[in-house]
Design a protein around this ligand. Structure first.
Ligand SMILES: C[S@@+](CC[C@H](N)C(=O)[O-])C[C@H]1O[C@@H](n2cnc3c(N)ncnc32)[C@H](O)[C@@H]1O
Length: 205
């Protein structure tokens, strides 16, 4: 399992999260980042090309998987933006209160085991005037799709690094004290409905 988790899965994530389809939707939020940025679940660094170098001071790249960080190495070398790795999960953000200007969360909340603690930690470290930029797949609006999302999640989690298909992203943000200023929900074109209902936008505390 470790071999799969540390070698094969990061390779697959790199392919999927750098695909045209994924980048198209991440482009709607990542370029809005400014100042000191904290990217949660930075993965293989697929978002690096979407930041505007002149608006970003540096990025804290929080990523618990060594395999993902390894896959990201070549992109970090080529980037003009400094990335400081935080080799911990989102439930344990080792930063001071009110210290981050922008938190970036793309295709990651689905995989964090304790989503509540992780969002509470993000709320703690975000500056009062800071922004959480998110782009996540989650619970679909139709009951028949939700049923399949609930049925398939236990199996899906096992092969996809703990990814849940059925998380209501906007509800989780609200429950942990975030206010969404901008929220769009839509199906990704060409993606299966169970995994393609997107929530993206901007929130603050
Ligand atoms: C599908 S990938 C998305 C990667 C990246 N955000 C992107 O959009 O290209 C999910 C990422 O979440 C990370 N992850 C898993 N559990 C986590 C946790 N508890 N805290 C933070 N990140 C986690 C995984 O290692 C993986 O890099």
């Amino acid at each position: 399992m470790n071999w799969y988790a540390e070698k094969i899965f990061p390779y697959l994530v790199n392919r999927v999260c750098s695909s045209e389809l994924a980048m198209q939707i991440k482009k709607k939020v990542v370029p809005l980042s400014t100042g000191k940025v904290l990217e949660i679940g930075m993965g293989t660094g697929a978002n690096l090309s979407l930041y505007h170098q002149e608006k970003v001071e540096f990025i804290w790249g929080l990523e618990p998987s060594a395999g993902m960080r390894q896959q990201a190495a070549s992109k970090l070398e080529k980037s003009d933006i400094l990335v400081k790795w935080l080799e911990l999960p989102g439930e344990k953000i080792p930063l001071e209160n009110d210290s981050v200007d922008t938190i970036v969360l793309t295709f990651t909340l689905c995989s964090i085991p304790d989503w509540k603690s992780a969002l509470q930690q993000m709320h703690r470290v975000l500056k009062p005037e800071g922004r959480l930029l998110f782009c996540e797949h989650g619970r679909a609006p139709e009951t028949h799709v939700q049923k399949w999302q609930d049925r398939l999640t236990p199996l899906w989690k096992k092969v996809s690094g703990g990814c849940h298909l059925n998380r209501p992203i906007d509800q989780y943000l609200q429950e942990t004290g975030f206010q969404c200023h901008h929220l769009e929900k839509t199906y990704l074109e060409k993606a299966p409905r169970i995994a393609g209902y997107m929530y993206y936008g901007e929130a603050s505390k």
